[in-house]
Design a protein around this ligand. Sequence first.
Ligand code: AMP
Ligand code: ZN
Length: 115
Amino acid sequence: MNHDPNCIFCKIVAGQIPSNKVYEDDDLLAFHDINPWAPVHILLVPKRHITSMADVTMEDQALLGRMLALSPRLMRELGVDNGYRHVINTGADGGQEVMHLHLHVFGGPRPWKKG
Ligand code: AMP
Ligand code: ZN
């Protein structure tokens, strides 16, 4: 599925719900988390609807690699210069609340709300 009309991140990708965008290209969107755990907390999402890491295939390796490889640049641009953390939650026991694959990247001076 490319677009799930019931998915909140698909709606953000489609511009139906506003977001505070950090980066966008043909395949990826990055925006600030609405409920940040740290001074800077962004989410990187594929524009195509992938439910979770459990649904990833080898065909997604370039996309996933780009999400990771892009993140340091975005954090640098946001002024985070003393480290940050990557998190991907998968499924119910993994604590995933939004069922559209997303990479959390958060950093900035501590204390952080989580972590
Ligand atoms: P997870 O528990 O890994 O599924 O994380 C979902 C994240 O999405 C949470 O950190 C939420 O704060 C964030 N979130 C939910 N709705 C929005 C939204 N409309 N805009 C930005 N972030 C959101
Ligand atoms: Zn989606």
